[in-house]
Write a protein that binds this ligand. Structure first.
Ligand code: 3HC
Ligand code: NAI
Length: 700
């Protein structure tokens, strides 16, 4: 294998280049190469300055995450960066693409940083449940100040090159050839004999906070926000706080120890699992590697209601022209007006300019009637959830749309195969299941029909990414993956309430687990009337929910549901009237209410989802446990530090999950809680979903 770090000369300038595709991660050979070549260039009297550049699509994007947990190999990143920091000649990092994590820490070890205009710089370690572990928490605050550094470290979000220039993180933005610009910059440094700017020795930006540590606490509390209590954010604050009192050399040692301690936490393991699971989720095991996407230059969305409007916005946001189709001028006008209001509200909040609103609206054309789909390369149907209507529409699309156009349905429950078979081209038909609000929620379940062509699936993935979604490929079944699992939770939440819990208790336990919202508050948000109408049509009854709906308590939209909402507020307030409805419902069903612990609430709501996930894997509806995790992370607010339901099951132990399900199934006489075959087998064999994933990968 060729050397991932090389040195070449441009006159008196040494150019050290990292070339370790795909993202120039700092694997051992890169760290060692950097250390050796910086030392070599420093020792060479004919070298006046050093430029560090990267080949490929990005600057160094961080430590090599795949090496985490393996025995450390010297030099550590800290040692390599310390040696770069100690070089006696000017050093310049030339940044393109993304300088992230350890990559930015290497750049911070250089004296100067220049960047191309579209570069991004950040410390995303917090998103992996870690803190910067190679000096980032000490050099960044010294270079740009604590108030600017803390939000970067605690959000993990990168900043743009222009922001970095403004903050003093970058010294110059280079137009045109970056390396050439960096070399010119380095020559200037050498000729003007400017002093070496070492972030590790800068103290002036810290003075204000050293005098006023209370201000530090204020800025830190703001930057931590809702993540209070999680290990990495707390450690990040503690690490940055060291800049106030602990000498640099000692502080980076302590920072490193904190980083190592975080590496072994469940939180970090879960977040790292989520990182790789997300990247794996679009890999379709049986798809030939050379499968190409079809080109999508023009889209059409049928139905300008709740979902259609949001989906059309996704295309416009990504710069793809889209036609929104309705049945009448009036419905179309309403649909387009709602989109405009959405954009204008964003503009009012400062999220985009008025010009942006107009630009996006100009990409959304309206049409009445399906003829409006004739130029589209991808059509997404989002009309009422009725099989007859969808089949009629797809039958017509078959005749109207271009050859090779992707015909997608946003159905949440209907059989995609049946819809596909209403056309003469089922290979072009696929499910693209967005989540509400479609312009906000990141998850996109791509439902692969039995006849969906590989390039149709690939196109849906590519377009999904382009419109900023996280796509996961799933198979056809009722509710697909996410809603099918959610249903299991809903059934148990309802039973818990009849057996003795109150909605606020179930919701509080769910919130404490880490979800942003509990099942009953979510019911109020979605509208209790939706399920009520479906059940009425089917002749079914949910005693509590239907009594609420019959009393006109539809949820937030009527100001009352499982909770009461004060005018203009979304805060759920427990209501004694609801408690009475619940007690009456229990009595009516002859249930003797009992106190229910938080532990039971979690076991009865979360474990059945895991159980259903196991069935979904058994049936091949999801290809990997990690895919299910990604669906829950991006579609339902599963706390990332718990990694997703299947990963979480591994952390508590499959035997435990299996045994508790079996216990509740027996105690309650509830067959739906009986452990799935796959869960039972893995538990008996002492295995995990992670080990199952490795077996599945090997077998493919
Ligand atoms: N280590 C190992 N592999 C990595 C990696 C890393 N830091 N970053 C990305 N990869 C891998 C991905 O897993 C993927 O592999 P695959 O092709 O086998 O699935 C491949 O590189 C390409 O990644 P993406 O699909 O994500 O490519 P994109 O172009 O969409 O995004 C990126 C590029 C913005 C760099 C994105 O990959 C990313 O955000 N990477 C993680 C950056 C990060 O978290 N860095 C901090 C690491 S921790 C650290 O540095 C600790 C230090 O403080 C000591
Ligand atoms: P909606 O009732 O808000 O909108 C449906 C729209 O389709 C209406 O504006 C209607 O006028 C239009 N329409 C009906 N027939 C049409 C036709 N022949 N041509 C053009 N337009 C037509 O419904 P919603 O909630 O947007 O749901 C749409 C689809 O998305 C359904 O299949 C639903 O299951 C699915 N879905 C809904 C989610 C939600 O949370 N609302 C989430 C995910 C999927």
């Amino acid at each position: 294998m060729s050397d991932p770090v090389t040195l070449r000369r441009e006159g008196a300038i040494a150019v050290i280049t990292v070339d370790n595709p795909p993202v120039n991660a700092l694997k051992h050979a890169v760290r060692a190469g950097l250390q050796k070549l910086f030392k070599e260039a420093d020792a060479d009297a004919s070298v006046q300055a050093i430029v560090l550049a990267c080949a490929g699509r990005t600057f160094i994007a961080g430590a090599d995450i795949t090496e985490f947990g393996k025995p450390p190999m010297a030099p550590s990143l800290i040692e390599a960066i310390t040696d770069i920091d100690n070089v006696s000649k000017p050093t310049v990092a030339a940044i393109h693409g993304t300088a992230l994590g350890g990559g930015l820490e290497v750049a911070l070890g250089c004296n100067y940083r220049v960047a191309s205009k579209d570069a991004k710089l950040g410390l995303p370690e917090i998103k992996l449940g870690l803190i910067p572990g190679a000096g980032g928490t000490q050099r960044l605050p010294r270079l740009i100040g604590i108030d600017k550094a803390l939000p970067i470290i605690l959000s993990g979000n990168p900043i743009s090159a222009s922001q970095a220039l403004q903050d003093g993180l970058v010294d110059e933005i280079i137009e045109g050839d970056l390396t050439a610009g960096a070399i010119a910059f380095a020559k200037r440094l050498a000729s003007e004999q400017l002093s070496l700017k070492r972030a590790s020795r800068m103290e002036d930006k810290l003075t204000e906070f050293r005098k006023n540590p209370e201000k530090f606490n204020e800025v830190a509390a703001k930057a931590v926000g809702r993540n209070k209590g999680l290990k990495a954010p707390m450690a990040a604050v503690e690490a940055v706080k060291m800049t106030l009192s602990v000498p640099f050399e000692e502080a980076i040692k302590r920072e490193r120890n904190m980083f190592i301690e975080l590496l072994v936490t469940d939180e970090s393991k879960s977040q790292r699992h989520a990182f790789f699971a997300e990247r794996e989720a679009t890999k379709v095991l049986d798809m030939p590697a050379d499968t190409k996407s079809r080109e999508v230059k023009q889209a059409a969305v049928i139905g300008g209601g709740t979902m259609g409007g949001g989906i059309a916005m996704c295309f416009a946001n990504a710069g793809i022209p889209v036609t929104l189709i309705e049945t009448t001028d009036e419905f179309l006008k309403n649909g387009l007006a709602k989109i405009r209001t959405n954009y204008e509200n964003t503009a009012k909040r400062g999220g985009m300019s008025e010009a942006d609103v107009e630009k996006r609206m100009s990409l959304i054309k309206g049409a009445v009637g399906l003829e409006g789909t004739k130029d589209a390369d991808m059509v997404i149907e989002a009309v009422f959830e009725e099989m007859g209507l969808k089949k009629e529409i797809f039958g017509k699309l078959d005749k109207i749309t271009k050859k090779g156009a992707i015909l997608a349905t946003n159905t949440s429950t209907l059989d995609v195969n049946e819809i596909a078979n209403s056309t003469s081209r089922p290979q072009d038909v696929i499910g693209m299941h967005f989540f509400s609000p479609a312009n906000i929620m990141k998850l996109l379940e791509i439902v692969r029909g039995e006849k969906s062509a590989f390039d149709a699936i690939q196109t849906a993935i590519t377009v999904g990414r382009k419109i900023a979604k996280v796509p996961v490929v799933v198979g056809v079944c009722y509710g697909f993956v996410g809603n099918r699992m959610l249903h299991r939770r809903g059934v148990q939440a309802d039973r818990l309430v009849l057996e003795g819990a109150l909605p606020q208790e179930v919701d509080a336990a769910t919130l404490e687990f880490g979800f942003p919202m509990g099942p009953f508050a979510m019911g109020d948000l979605a509208g209790i009337d939706v399920g009520w109408r479906i059940r009425r049509a089917r002749g079914e009854r949910n005693e509590v929910a239907d009594t609420l709906a019959e009393a006109g308590r539809f949820g937030q939209k009527t100001g009352k549901g499982y909770y009461i909402y004060e005018k203009g507020s979304r805060t759920p307030i427990p209501d004694p009237e609801v408690e009475k409805i619940i007690l009456d419902a229990s009595a009516k069903k002859g249930i003797k209410r009992r106190p229910i612990s938080k532990q039971e609430i979690i076991e009865r709501t979360v474990y059945p989802m895991i159980n259903e996930g196991a069935r979904i894997l058994e049936e091949g509806i999801a290809s990997r446990p990690g895919d299910i995790d990604v669906i829950w992370l991006y579609g339902y607010g599963w706390p990332v530090w718990r990694g997703g339901p299947m990963h979480y099951a591994d952390t508590v132990g499959l035997k435990h999950v299996r045994d508790r399900l079996a216990h509740h199934a027996k105690e309650l006489g509830d067959k739906s809680l009986e452990p799935a075959k796959l869960l039972d087998r893995l538990a008996n064999e002492g295995k995990t979903f992670a080990s199952l994933a490795s077996e599945m990968k090997k077998a493919s």
